[in-house]
Design a protein around this ligand. Structure first.
Ligand SMILES: [Zn+2]
Ligand SMILES: [Zn+2]
Length: 148
């Protein structure tokens, strides 16, 4: 999957922050240090974290960040389609930086979530007169670590 997130992840941190700043400005979202931190976290941690996990991990880098800031920023990003909110019927919602359509594998044992590219997400004939916004593909099972 060659998309924005891949190229951003390979950039050096300063360059990445300036690109993220520009992305926020283009969307007319006020830039703040904490908003940048949250976006940067999502890009460098493609693990579909919960809001709680983001907060916990960022708190060690920026002790003044609050849980409300994390929640509010995530909602703002979701509304501007920068971030996708994923509901996998787990205890908490998951978040990821928006990327092209892809499926997910979820390990039923450890909860690890992996992106997978689905090449053939075609609309079935029976839906030809319908407008489809999203297709969700979720595989559930055991990851190699948990299978052992
Ligand atoms: Zn597992
Ligand atoms: Zn994903």
């Amino acid at each position: 999957m060659h998309d924005l997130i891949e190229s951003l992840r390979q950039e050096n941190p300063d360059k990445r922050l300036s690109t993220l700043k520009k992305i926020l400005q283009d969307k007319k979202i006020r830039v703040s240090h904490q908003r940048l931190l949250i976006l940067d976290y999502l890009i460098t941690h493609p693990i579909h974290p919960t809001a709680e996990k983001i907060f916990k991990d960022l708190k060690s880098k920026d002790p003044v960040i609050s849980q409300a800031t994390v929640y509010n920023s995530l909602n703002l990003f979701v509304n501007h389609k920068l971030v996708k909110e994923l509901d996998f019927n787990m205890v908490s919602k998951r978040y990821e930086f928006k990327r092209p359509s892809h499926g997910h594998f979820i390990c039923e044992s450890c909860g690890k979530i992996k992106d997978l590219e689905i090449l053939d997400m075609q609309k079935p004939d029976i839906l030809k007169d319908y407008t489809i916004d999203t297709i969700e593909v979720i595989y559930r099972g055991l990851c190699p670590d948990c299978k052992e």
